[in-house]
Design a protein around this ligand. Structure first.
Ligand code: DGL
Length: 269
């Protein structure tokens, strides 16, 4: 079991920002990443549909004998974490929202927290619940920023258009003077510089990738599932469509080249 890979899934390539943090923290682990590129975005779909897609993605990774499952997608974590933990009792299932909420509470001494995410994540209220569990007196303001997803994939991460859209979304949040801003979507970390310019230097920016990687490492250790030895791990990728685009655009999110030979096209059902 220790040699088995860690499975990661996302609606597309945004979850590669979470994989980046996992690779940095766990360089000797084997990873298999599934991007459901045929059905992206999840963030505008109903909770029922996101749950169905998430179950199919999880099944595909379980078939490949993963030892731990990371739901790298915030929207899928919001709608499917509990259901997948119940459906797959044999391995740990880790989402990105709980670690994100943990990091947000640590970065908000006055309990004033702003969350930006997809429409699905905002409407599902998972960040509200996860933050309130840790700090019942927290004052939380949320804002859906759907345009950030295609902008990140287009490479529109800085310059005039990026600044104008960011200003449009973040102006109402800024006036609430939060202690921290949670990037509650896989795609948003690549817009971090523009978000920082617009939101100002006093507000901490929290991204769940690093805290999720910490949670995964702690889980591997507590369950004695860590890979033995120091040999570098293998990285494999599964996509449901547009393999060439995944290789090309995915490197922006992974911050490293993706070997096309390591990417396989699959169907989910
Ligand atoms: N991965 C999604 C998330 O983190 C963003 C992209 C999508 O809408 O599918 O919520």
């Amino acid at each position: 079991m220790n040699e088995a890979a860690i499975g990661i899934f996302d609606s597309g390539m945004g979850g590669l920002t979470v994989m980046r943090a996992l690779l940095d923290r766990l360089p000797n682990e084997n990873f298999v990443y599934l991007g459901d590129t045929a059905r992206l975005p999840y963030g505008t779909k109903s909770g029922e549909t996101v749950l169905r897609y998430a179950r199919q993605a999880a099944d595909a990774l379980i078939e490949r004998d993963v030892k731990l499952l990371v739901i790298a997608c915030n929207t899928a974590s919001a709608y499917a974490l509990g259901a997948l933990q119940i459906a797959i009792p044999s391995i740990p299932v880790v989402g990105v929202i709980e670690p994100g909420a943990e990091a947000a509470c640590a970065a908000a001494p006055n309990g004033r927290i702003a969350v930006i995410a997809t429409e699905g994540t905002v409407n599902g209220g998972a960040y509200l619940r996860a933050i309130r569990q840790r700090n019942p007196r927290a004052s939380i303001i949320q804002k859906a920023c759907p345009l950030f997803v295609p902008m990140a994939e287009e490479g529109l991460t800085d310059g005039g258009i990026a600044a104008a859209v960011t200003q449009h979304y973040l102006a109402p949040l800024k006036s609430a003077a939060p202690d921290c801003l949670v990037l509650g979507c896989t795609h948003f970390p690549v817009l971090k510089n523009t978000i920082r310019d617009v939101i100002g230097s006093e507000i901490a920016i929290v991204d769940s990738a690093a805290t999720t990687a910490r949670a995964v490492k702690a889980t591997l250790e507590s369950k004695s599932l860590a890979r033995n030895g120091l040999a570098p791990g293998e990285r494999k990728f599964l996509v449901t469509d547009a393999l060439e685009r995944f290789v090309r655009v995915g490197q922006v999110f992974l911050d490293a080249a993706i070997d096309p030979a390591a990417v396989e096209l699959i169907d989910l059902h």
